[in-house]
Ligand binder design. Structure first.
Ligand SMILES: Nc1ncnc2c1ncn2[C@@H]1O[C@H](COP(=O)(O)OP(=O)(O)OP(=O)(O)O)[C@@H](O)[C@H]1O
Length: 347
């Protein structure tokens, strides 16, 4: 089946911070996702779909509702009696593996906890002694990107479940003491317009990175957006071909960074720099410190280095701190660390 052309990632004008936050989460999925706060129509969903499109394809057992590759399959398949392929895997029969692109799964507005987590048919379990599982959105999102538009309008409990899975990489479906777990490792991207209500600080804190996004103010760049979009709509295939070489450069850089990340080191005095930065802006808890450290290492890898520099910490703090700072009621979330420091100094 021919895939629909998607507006290319590299053709997105500006919005560098958002693009970088997305890329860093692809390189290092333990960054626990990105929250994109701000205006509508600023290429948020375009960027996510476009990034997924250029990432290397992955092997998946055909029709597996848990998106498993063959090697990861056994543990889950033993209990996934509903699916024919699991029997084949357990009997060491050949299974049909296919290669497909990274998926972007969108969480529908008003999704319930059952829809997100999945459900189990208890009657079937009691009668037949087999777990009959109805996989949820977290199963569909495994090894892909979960895009949650207007995350601030979701039920708090559902957001909690999403953030738990994003942090632990596992989802557990539980009914009356019967439980079923499956891997659920995905890049979580939440978007929200703060004018429509804030997320609770406890939930904000669990998004690894946060970027503020607004419409581009430069007239020339706005013209570039119009021209590029018009060119894409007129002839999507030629437009994508024209941007292919640039996309390849980004993908190769991501692949090099993924390979380099485990080798990245940081000098101990820079850990003190991170700790002091978090103390200066008044962060609750320690997630901020830990995420700055991981982000700084990921930035070093993205920049082709095996050692973290002070600039990586400054850039990481811009992405990891704005949503983690203690605020007074009705105070807006600051979008840069300088503003945070100033605010703390005048308290
Ligand atoms: N910086 C940009 N570069 C290229 N195209 C852009 C840019 N900003 C917006 N667009 C274009 O504007 C349109 C809206 O973008 P998109 O749907 O990605 O916005 P969004 O931020 O996801 O909006 P919403 O919050 O309403 O879901 C698309 O046609 C997209 O190509």
């Amino acid at each position: 089946m021919k895939t629909q052309p998607i507006y290319p990632f590299t053709a997105i004008v500006g919005q560098e911070k958002m693009k970088l936050a997305l890329i860093l989460n692809i390189i290092n999925p333990t960054l626990s996702g990105v929250l994109i706060r701000g205006e509508k129509g600023t290429a948020k969903s375009t960027a996510v779909r476009a990034l997924a499109r250029i990432l290397p394809a992955i092997p998946v057992v055909r029709d597996c509702p848990f998106q498993l590759p063959e090697g990861e399959a056994d543990g889950v398949c033993r209990e996934c009696s509903r699916i024919d392929c699991s029997r084949a895997i357990l009997n060491s029969e050949p299974v049909d593996i296919h290669t497909r692109g990274i998926r972007v799964v969108e969480l529908p507005v008003g999704a319930t906890e059952d829809r997100v987590v999945g459900t189990m048919d208890l009657e079937h379990a009691l009668k037949k002694g087999e777990k009959q599982v109805e996989p949820g959105i977290l199963a569909a999102a495994h090894r892909g990107i979960l895009y949650v538009d207007e995350v601030n309008l979701l039920d708090d409990h559902v957001v909690d479940v999403l953030l738990d899975s994003a942090a632990m990489g596992v989802n557990t479906i539980e009914r009356e003491g019967v439980s079923f777990s499956h891997p659920a490792r995905f890049t979580l991207v939440g978007t929200m317009n703060p004018e429509e209500g804030e997320l609770r600080p406890q939930l904000l804190d669990r998004f690894g990175l946060c970027v503020h996004i607004e419409g581009i103010q430069d007239a020339e760049d706005r013209v570039a957006i119009m021209e590029r979009r018009a060119a894409f709509d007129e002839d999507p295939e030629s437009f994508c071909t024209a941007w292919e070489a640039e996309s390849k450069v980004v993908v190769e850089r991501i692949e090099r960074a993924i390979a380099l990340y485990p080798k990245v080191t940081i000098a101990r005095d820079l850990l003190f720099t991170i700790a002091q930065c978090c103390l200066d802006v008044g962060v609750d808890g320690h997630r901020g410190d830990i995420i700055i450290l991981k982000t700084a290492k990921t930035l070093a890898a993205w920049n082709g280095r095996e050692e973290v520099e002070k600039a990586d910490i400054d850039n990481a703090a811009e992405l990891a701190l704005p949503h983690r700072v203690r605020r007074q009621p009705l105070m807006e979330i600051a979008d840069n660390v300088q503003a945070l420091k100033k605010r703390t100094a005048t308290r």
